[in-house]
Design a protein around this ligand. Structure first.
Ligand code: GLV
Ligand code: MG
Length: 346
């Protein structure tokens, strides 16, 4: 671990200094685009106005024989479009793949000035972050970039979960983390073929009572990992995200998974299908009634101290902070979403 004074030093002469505070940005959905498909690239200008983050995916789901086309396609879509306030991310191939190095070596010089975040899959420990951190600093210096590219880790191996706090602390370049339930299930030997969501067999049975049936209460398979990720991220000032939900035919279950993540502290989720964009928008924008109530709390306690009763509920310094989380998020959403801005009326 670096000493505090050197932690924020650039890792290469001429590289931009890392951010001390993460840029404020709305990231309710990270929308995945397969950049080797021309038809999909053609939709990017329209997507930019609909989503908070456009991500060019180079890793899993891109066939091995299309990896180079995906990389080229990403560079093309990054160069050809003006992303404005919408984030531009890429998910590169993992560190032990034959494609990772060229992903970074080609993308950073070509479009590094437009790239906000690199999503790094299958991060096992801080050493993975250190490697990419140093490499990016060298390439940023060489390309004369003035803004640092951030790193977002996917939490999707048992070892990564074991090391989650060290990953969060590894570099000031860290933006946040996403839960990767598919790879994580495989890595842990979990017995599910689903991509996120619950499983009917992961349940607790109600007590046996003579003469009545027993009810199985389904539990959340991801609760422990999401909680661990949220604590690691928030204690290091990073942003936690839920990752993919694979069953596109079950929007209700997707919404419920997204909502659990939102309530636990996550700021967004991946959208892999156009239907998931609106779901994420709905879930990760605070509920207007909650915003109105939170605003009441803030108005009733202008300096954030003391205790008041509102609608029969006790409010104090702690609930003031809870209310501020909701109102701050609503204000951020309002900057991007004129319809919700009207509803929130802040
Ligand atoms: C995402 O990459 C996952 O493995 O779930
Ligand atoms: Mg994965």
């Amino acid at each position: 671990m670096k000493t505090p004074r050197s932690f924020y030093q650039p890792l290469a002469i001429g590289a931009p200094a890392p951010f001390r505070e993460l840029p404020v940005s709305l990231e309710r959905m990270i929308h995945f685009v397969p950049p080797h498909v021309e038809k999909m690239r053609a939709k990017v200008p329209d997507l930019i106005s609909k989503v908070d983050v456009v991500l060019g995916n180079l890793e899993d789901a891109i066939p091995a024989n299309a990896k180079e086309d995906a990389r080229k396609g990403f560079i093309q879509m990054a160069a050809e479009n003006d992303f404005g306030q919408t984030g531009l991310w890429t998910r590169v191939n993992c560190l032990n793949s034959p494609w990772f190095l060229d992903d970074i070596l080609e993308i950073v010089p070509a479009v590094g000035h437009k790239l906000d975040v690199i999503m790094l899959p299958k991060v096992e420990g801080p050493w993975d972050i250190h490697y990419l951190d140093q490499l990016l600093a060298q390439l940023e210096a060489k390309a004369g970039l003035s803004r640092p590219i951030m790193i977002h880790a996917i939490l999707e191996t048992a070892e990564g979960v074991k090391n989650v706090e060290d990953i969060a602390a590894a570099s000031p370049r860290m933006h946040g983390m996403s839960l990767g339930p598919a790879d994580l299930a495989a890595s842990r030997g979990m017995k599910t073929t689903r991509v996120g969501g619950g499983h009917p067999d992961y349940a607790v049975l109600s007590d046996a009572v003579e003469g009545s049936g027993r009810t199985a209460f389904q539990q959340d398979l991801w609760h422990y990992t999401v909680a661990k990720m949220v604590d690691a991220c928030l204690s290091y000032g990073l942003k936690p995200f839920y990752g993919p939900f694979g069953d596109f035919s079950d929007p209700e279950a997707c919404e419920s998974q997204f909502r659990n993540a939102f309530l636990m502290g996550c700021l967004g989720a991946w959208s892999l299908h156009p239907n998931q964009i609106d779901l994420a928008k709905k879930v990760f924008s605070p509920d207007p009634d909650e915003v109105a109530f939170a605003k009441k709390i803030l108005d009733a306690m202008p300096d954030g101290t003391g205790a008041v009763m509102i609608d029969g509920k006790m409010q104090d310094d702690a609930t003031w902070k809870q209310a501020k989380v909701i109102v701050d998020l609503a204000r951020l959403v309002a900057t991007k979403d004129p319809d919700l801005a009207k509803v929130y009326a802040l």
